[in-house]
Write a protein that binds this ligand. Sequence first.
Ligand SMILES: C[S@@+](CC[C@H](N)C(=O)[O-])C[C@H]1O[C@@H](n2cnc3c(N)ncnc32)[C@H](O)[C@@H]1O
Length: 301
Amino acid sequence: MSNTATITTTHHDLNKNHWENKVKLMEKSKIFLDFFASDLIQRSIDLYFNITTEERNVSILDLATGTGLVPFKFVDEKILPDKIKISALDGIDFAASMIEGAEYKKQSRIEEKQVEFDWDNLKFQVMDGQELKFPDESFDIVYSNMGVMFYPKMVQGLSEIKRVLKKGGMAFVNSWTDDFPNRVSSQALFEVLQQNRPPFALQDPKVFEQRCREAGFEHVEIRQVTQSLKMKYSELQNIFNMGNQFATLVQKYLKENPQVTSTEKELLDRIDQVSRREFNISNNDEEIEIISIANVVILAK
Ligand SMILES: C[S@@+](CC[C@H](N)C(=O)[O-])C[C@H]1O[C@@H](n2cnc3c(N)ncnc32)[C@H](O)[C@@H]1O
């Protein structure tokens, strides 16, 4: 196999079209996203909502909301102290399919009448997080669970958070580090295709902090949080639809690199072997441990 082989579509090639087709993936990988979303919310409860002494209204924005994982936590669970009333709960995402998914969840809840909420206060909009349409100082709290990390114009996107935050407001934003849920298998893919895995933009906590400062935040705290999860290897393959995903990537790779003599099947088998070797397992039903680590920034204006 030649060393000059290239692969131009990876799980890091994340433009709008990529995300438009990822609603199912988002739902299936909720087991990972949910843990980190709850972590962001818990930090905001400890550092903001529980500190507030008097009754008050709060406005909340969730950036790159996907199908609304963060906002629906406020709708479905009684997580805020009684003295806090939500006057606005906004979720934005640049992928229309994600917003449709969020709207669907909202409508289902309205129809099922199982949760009470002031539904006019919950709004989802298609919007690019790097160019928010909200006026300055609109929100008390801003979240983004594994979203901002994908912005190409990172400092501009983080500056937008600062712009829309009220004075005294706070933002809670996280990013995958080098230990993300499907790291082992995607590294196997890159190893077999002789590529370096492109890093996530905010995987280095120092860079994350630096970008926040460049965006004008003076109060930046950075933390790390780890999730350890056990599941069967086959479950992980199913969550990330690895069979299909990897086959598509390998086909593209072979098309772009006609000098490569291996067949699609040989490459896919090799990726699977490397994955299992890293997990130290010999069959799909064996249990593996997945360690995911996120950087979390806590921003105050
Ligand atoms: C890993 S998903 C996380 C979704 C959601 N926050 C959750 O926890 O379920 C990343 C999301 O970021 C969105 N996204 C990426 N770049 C964006 C941008 N520039 N503006 C708005 N949304 C963006 C994608 O469409 C996708 O829904």
